[in-house]
Design a protein around this ligand. Sequence first.
Ligand SMILES: CC(C)(COP(=O)(O)OP(=O)(O)OC[C@H]1O[C@@H](n2cnc3c(N)ncnc32)[C@H](O)[C@@H]1OP(=O)(O)O)[C@@H](O)C(=O)NCCC(=O)NCCS
Length: 174
Amino acid sequence: MAKRPSEDLRIVLLGDEHDRGSFACGVESLGHYLQTQAGQDVRRKANAVFILSETGEPTRVLGYYTICAVPISQGDVPEMARKHVPRYPLVNATLIDRLAISKDRHGQRLGAILLADALQRAFGTAKTVGSSMVIADAVDEAAASFYAAHGFVRLPDSLRLVLPTRLVDGSAER
Ligand SMILES: CC(C)(COP(=O)(O)OP(=O)(O)OC[C@H]1O[C@@H](n2cnc3c(N)ncnc32)[C@H](O)[C@@H]1OP(=O)(O)O)[C@@H](O)C(=O)NCCC(=O)NCCS
C-alpha cells in the first residue's frame, strides 16, 4: 500500500477550477454526486472531497474520493477488529464513502494511488482526532472486491468494509 502520487499527479481539495461536468467512472451515481452534490458537501463540511489530476492539466478530474468522520455502533464492529478498538457503545471511524477513477484511465493504478492517499490522510487525522477504524462503503460488488484486495475486511451481508487503524499504522505491535 506504499503507492504515492508521482510528480505528474496531484491530489488536492475540490475547488472551482475543477471541471466536474465530464467526469464518468462507469457508475452513474458516483459521477452524479461529483457534479451535483460534492460542492455543497464541501461548503457544509459534510465531506472532504479530494481530486486527482495531472499537474499539466489540473482542471481535468481523473478521479476523486470523499472522506468524513462517522460513529459506528459497537455491534457493527467486525470480530477481527474488536481487539483493536475501544469497547464504547459508539466507535469513532473515518469513512471513505466514494472513490472513483475516470473510466478511460481504469487499470493504470490510479485507484490504488487514490486509496493510498485516502488512507494516509485517515491515519494522519487519527493522530489528532481519534478514529479507530477506516470504513469503506462500496458502491457494488466490484468496488467491494477492490477494497478487499487492499486489505479491507468485509462485514457480513453488507457492502461495508473496515480496516482497523492500528493494523495499518503499525501501532498494533505496541
Ligand atoms: C474501482 C476503481 C476505483 C479501481 O481503480 P483503477 O485505477 O482501475 O484500479 P488500479 O489500476 O489502481 O488497481 C489497483 C489494484 O486493485 C485491483 N482492482 C481494481 N479493480 C478491482 C476490482 N473491481 N476488484 C478487485 N480488484 C480490483 C487491481 O487488480 C490492482 O491490483 P494489484 O495491485 O494486485 O495489481 C475503478 O475501477 C472505478 O472507479 N470503478 C468505478 C467506481 C467504483 O467502483 N468505485 C469503488 C468505490 S465506491
